[in-house]
Design a protein around this ligand. Structure first.
Ligand code: ZN
Length: 90
């Protein structure tokens, strides 16, 4: 129960961070438009977005390796043998 709340908070935080990232990149694009055509500004911003996504993805992958096999997205229990120790008990 406690773990599942933690996972939900983590997902919420991640989404909010994503929105902040997109807003920041939009502002960057607006800032770049006076210096170049909007198409180039958009390409640069999309490039930066994917770089950040790639970096964040790699980082969360490293965190996942640290945790072990990970935690269940349904309940937050530990994953053992690719099965949730809580949901997948038959
Ligand atoms: Zn589960």
């Amino acid at each position: 129960m406690f773990l599942s709340i933690q996972v939900n908070l983590f997902l919420l935080k991640f989404e909010r961070r994503d929105i902040i990232l997109i807003v920041g990149l939009l502002l960057l694009m607006i800032g770049l438009i006076p210096f170049m055509t909007p198409v180039y500004a958009a390409i640069i911003v999309i490039g930066v977005y994917f770089l950040i996504k790639f970096y964040v993805g790699r980082k969360s992958q490293l965190i996942k390796q640290d945790v072990g096999e990970g935690i269940c997205m349904e309940c937050g229990s530990k994953i053992i043998d690719k099965k949730c120790s809580n949901c997948d008990i038959l």
